[in-house]
Design a protein around this ligand. Structure first.
Ligand code: ADP
Ligand code: MG
Length: 250
């Protein structure tokens, strides 16, 4: 689904991503791991249109999508999860989900709010969709909770929920498991697997928790110093000497 060719992203003279090439197969849950500073988040940001690459290409189903803006990629079904922005913390969980289709088209928050008052039917449909998403994620009891009151893990589920408000094809998740308790981490993992199996989502996950990666991801891609060091099944990867060295070397 996604092919990254010879990607370079420099900040000043420093190559955060340094000639990285990889593919993400349709229908996979691909893991992206590597030591801190390996360039994983930067690579995500280049793929998702947050940063323009210095050089290199991103293809989606064979089409060159290099340098497209996030809202253009959104329309193609390529989504990157974002932390719930501060402005959204005083809105309920359901309202947060209902904001997604408007907010992601590049409209300002103000315009999105303005439209909300005008288009009641659209709003009802969005509310229904949001309730369906919350049900799928088993967090219906949080529907009317303010997003700012959620625990870290519940916020991650809401982030995942936001990707379900539209027809996503591929979702990039950067450390959804960070700081999340075991129980919620399992719920998040199950939601990812169900979205993959039942809705055909392809995923690419950056994650530090190797148990989580091993349980969910095939294949696993390892980045170090800006480029791809290895790729394979989780258990093979963890016995790969170059990989072990990359982790120990930091
Ligand atoms: P990872 O997600 O693998 O931990 P990052 O992609 O966040 O790594 O960072 C890779 C390298 O690029 C790090 O050395 C980081 O300091 C640097 N870097 C990331 N973003 C920027 C930026 N906006 N400006 C300058 N350097 C950056
Ligand atoms: Mg990172």
């Amino acid at each position: 689904m996604i092919e990254v060719r010879n990607m370079v992203k420099s900040f000043g003279g420093f190559r955060a991503v340094d000639d990285a090439s990889l593919t993400i197969e349709t229908g996979s849950i691909t893991g992206l791991i590597g030591p801190n500073g390996a360039g994983k988040s930067t690579l995500f940001n280049v793929i998702a249109g947050v940063h323009k690459p210095t050089s290199g290409q991103v293809l989606m189903d064979g089409e060159d999508i290099t340098g497209l803006a996030p809202h253009q990629l959104f329309h193609k079904g390529l989504l990157r999860s974002f932390q719930i922005a501060h402005e959204f913390s005083t809105m309920t969980v359901r309202e947060n989900l209902m904001m997604v289709p408007a907010a992601q088209t590049g409209e300002t928050l103000w315009n999105a709010w303005f439209r909300r008052g005008q288009i009641a039917a659209e709003e009802r449909a969005l509310a229904e969709k949001a309730d369906e998403v919350l049900d799928f994620l088993t967090i219906s009891h949080l529907t009317h909770e303010l997003a700012g009151n959620l625990s870290g893990g519940q916020k991650k589920l809401l982030e995942l929920g936001r990707t379900m408000m539209v027809d996503a094809k591929i979702v990039f998740l950067d450390e959804v498991g960070a700081g999340v308790n075991r129980t919620l981490l399992r719920t998040i993992g199950e939601a990812i697997q169900r979205l993959n199996r039942e809705r055909g989502y392809t995923f690419c996950l950056i994650e530090h928790d190797m148990d989580f990666i091993a349980r969910l991801c095939d294949p696993v891609i390892v980045m170090a110093s800006g480029s791809v060091l290895a790729q394979g099944k989780a258990d093979e990867i963890m016995q790969n000497e170059a990989v072990i060295e990359a982790y120990l070397g930091t």
